[in-house]
Design a protein around this ligand. Structure first.
Ligand code: GLC
Length: 641
């Protein structure tokens, strides 16, 4: 495809100061990514060439400013484009101030040993750009994308930390909050001051006519503490779209200037050394009357345009979609149809997370087998973030059709899970909290740490099985393929924080119960044999170590879930040219069968259980018995074993 002359002229100015080699590299990247950029923009904006020209100018500036060490990183990543898919990838996510011993970004580096023991190669630090003062949704109400929260440090500290992490083989992951800004952000302030150009950065309505029309089909994200999706602002003299809290103003992505501004922020963060951008709440970017205003096709077109900019300026950078949506809407975030290979590199496997907790509560795999087998295939370059817990609540995203297929109802099963994990159901071992009960829909979500949800809460309802249950859950997550991300504190089996409401601004939001501080005492307990912390942490260290040596856990290997197993067993098959992998998981407290012959059929001539390091043998009936809560990673026996 020919690049328009106007574009060539504009970029020539931007890169004029660079040497010949760098100018040539830029020209090659532009040639490679221009078609993606233009197609992305054309799906959304009139006059796509003019908008694409503005974006290419931003990309050229970002390219020209790219520091030397990051240019080298670009080279390195281009030589191994599947770096993020390697079985040795392990993620960790935390709030810097709750993990770092002195609460600063610089202090995070003092906990490198802890991260390295777990094998961490990817560190997601929760929002750290300057938010509004007071309540700010854990930093998700950004007031300035170009400065760091003052208590955490400075932009220089962020750059230094990224450099230190990189030197230790850890990629820094940072949030890019692109659906909304704080009411205090300069764009919102200008809009409030009456600047028409900035008013158009937001969705502002003079009266309730359109808000009412939209709200007929809009679900509520925070029905409890932020009901409705619009907020009246006196200074604006109108209603502004606020999907989340009243002080988080949704950006108007139909305005090309918003896209151009965000592209510039992408380049800024990339050039500080951020390697993965977590595209926060990306499902919500595009609004369409009569819909739930999530997962609209324009979201993917916009992502494609932004990604093309990032690929031109800083190809080391990967995009991670934070789209916590139903299973049917999930895969497009990794690229399907015309967007295959052109949108996010990574996306959260929310369905897997929900199904893991569902299997543990029911001791049954039928629903999970059906739902996970029904997911469309992921594109080979698309990589799941697999996880058991994160900083957010768990929304019980059980699809009604999946539930019906196994003879239960969606609402009924969601009700059961919410009850079970709040510890309200007879026999439940869990001690979670109900988050955002919506009396209109009956919907309830769940807060709680993995330990508290698995039976190691304050009342220790089931300490006997809880550790086994946790390690089983972590094994399913780590054995899926993709990047397993451990939520801070879960590796130490930390229970819910009972004092979560004590901090100003947190009192209404019980997600803070599962965002514990990691203290020196907690870390010491992890080395004290026999403690919950030690058992869980050493189990995780072992899982991640074995994982790194299994090529079948490269994210590109195809995953299949067997649908015809015993109802207590989940069997996950991964096929790779290097051989097959079968993950066998018993989600019950009793022994469950799996026929050995099945492993042979799946291509495993001499089945070897990689986590235990031994051959699998059966009795005369040819059936393997998985002990309660067993997790087996079965591959072909290594030579000589
Ligand atoms: C994402 C974040 C969540 C936040 C919301 C609004 O879903 O994970 O914590 O409340 O976006 O930014």
């Amino acid at each position: 495809m020919r690049i328009p002359e106007a574009v060539e002229r504009a970029v020539a100015d931007e890169v004029a100061g660079l040497g010949k080699r760098r100018r040539e590299t830029f020209a090659l990247r532009l040639e490679r990514w221009w078609p993606d950029l233009l197609a992305g923009v054309a799906a959304v904006h009139d006059d796509p060439e003019a908008v694409a020209l503005r974006l290419v100018t931003v990309a050229a500036r970002g390219y020209a400013d790219r520091p030397r060490d990051l240019q080298r990183l670009d080279e390195r990543r281009l030589l191994r484009p599947d770096w993020v898919q390697q079985p040795g990838m392990v993620g960790y996510a935390c709030y810097a101030e709750r993990f770092s011993p002195d609460g600063t970004l610089a202090g995070v580096a003092e906990r490198l040993d802890h991260l390295r023991d777990l094998g961490v190669t990817y560190l997601h630090l929760m929002p750290l750009l300057r938010p509004r003062e007071g309540d700010n949704d854990g930093g998700y109400a950004v007031a300035d994308y170009r400065s760091v929260r003052p208590d955490l440090g400075t932009v220089d500290d962020l750059r230094d930390l990224a450099t230190t992490l990189r030197e230790h083989g850890i990629s820094l992951v940072v949030d890019l909050v692109l659906n909304h800004v704080a009411r205090e952000h300069a764009w919102a302030a200008a809009a409030r001051a009456g600047d028409a150009a900035y008013r158009d950065y937001f969705h502002v309505f003079a009266d309730r006519t359109l808000p009412d029309a939209f709200e007929r089909t809009l679900p509520e994200v925070f029905p409890d503490f932020a009901p409705g999706s619009f907020t009246h602002d006196d200074e604006l003299d109108g209603w502004v779209w606020t999907t989340f809290n009243s002080w988080q103003w949704d950006l108007n992505w139909a305005n090309p200037s918003v896209l151009v501004e965000m592209a510039d922020v992408v380049c800024f963060l990339a050039n500080l050394g951020v390697e993965v951008l977590r595209l926060d709440a990306i499902a919500f970017l595009w609004k369409r009357l009569g819909t739930d205003c999530q997962n609209q096709p324009e979201v993917h077109a916009l992502t494609q345009a932004l990604r093309a900019v990032a690929r031109i300026a800083a190809p080391a950078v990967q995009f991670k979609a934070e789209a916590i949506v139903g299973p049917r809407d999930l895969v497009p975030y990794l690229g399907t149809g015309a967007h295959t290979g052109r949108v996010s590199d990574l996306a959260y496997h929310n369905s897997l997370m929900v199904q893991v907790w569902s299997m543990l509560a029911t001791g049954e795999t039928r629903l999970a087998r059906h739902a996970l087998a029904a997911l469309p295939p992921t594109p080979p370059a698309g990589t799941w973030i697999t996880y058991l817990r994160c900083h957010d609540d768990i929304g019980w995203a059980i699809d009604d059709a999946d539930a019906a297929a196994v003879g239960v109802t969606g609402p009924g099963h969601r009700h059961f899970l919410a009850e079970w994990y709040a510890g309200l159901h007879p026999g439940s071992w869990a001690e979670g909290l109900v988050f955002q009960h919506n009396p209109e829909t009956g919907d309830r979500r769940t807060s709680g740490t993995a330990a508290s949800l698995a039976g190691l809460g304050a009342s220790r309802r089931d300490p006997e099985h809880a550790v086994a249950r946790l390690l089983l859950a972590h094994a399913i997550v780590a054995g899926w393929g993709g990047v397993p991300v451990v939520w801070s504190g879960d590796e130490l089996a930390l229970p819910n924080d009972p004092d979560w409401a004590a901090e100003a601004g947190h009192e209404d939001d019980n997600r803070w119960t599962h965002r514990p501080r990691v203290t020196a005492t907690d870390l010491a307990a992890a080395h004290d044999p026999g403690t919950d912390a030690e058992r869980v942490r050493s189990g995780l260290v072992h899982l991640m170590g074995v994982r790194a040596g299994l090529p079948q856990l490269h994210a590109a290997a195809a995953t299949t879930v067997l649908t015809d197993t015993d109802d207590g067993v989940l069997a996950v098959v991964r096929r790779d040219p290097s051989g097959s992998f079968v993950g066998l998981y018993n989600v019950t407290g009793r022994s469950c069968p799996f026929p050995l012959a099945r492993l042979h059929e799946l291509g495993l001539a001499r089945p070897w259980e990689a986590l235990g390091g031994h051959r699998l043998v059966t009795g005369p009936d040819g059936v393997l018995l998985l002990p309660p809560y067993a997790a087996w990673w079965v591959v072909d026996a290594p030579p000589g074993a």
